[in-house]
Design a protein around this ligand. Sequence first.
Ligand SMILES: [Zn+2]
Length: 85
Amino acid sequence: MPTYSYRCTECENAFDIQQSFTDESLTVCPACEGSLRKVFSPVGVTFSGSGFYRTDSRSKPADSKPAAAAKTPAPSTPSFTSSTN
Ligand SMILES: [Zn+2]
């Protein structure tokens, strides 16, 4: 059963609750009966420690510059200008 995080927009009350997919989302704060807002940050993921920076390193190990240089089809069409007219 997934755990959902809610946060109140009125009193900043935040809590986690286990709900099934078929359960309705909570909309009323149990503390102040204000409007609840669903928090989509996954529960159980710790952002402290090593591993968090891995999402930031998107640079590929292969360089993209030689691939763009090989894209130039210069010597492929030599008879284009001579066959005109
Ligand atoms: Zn509240």
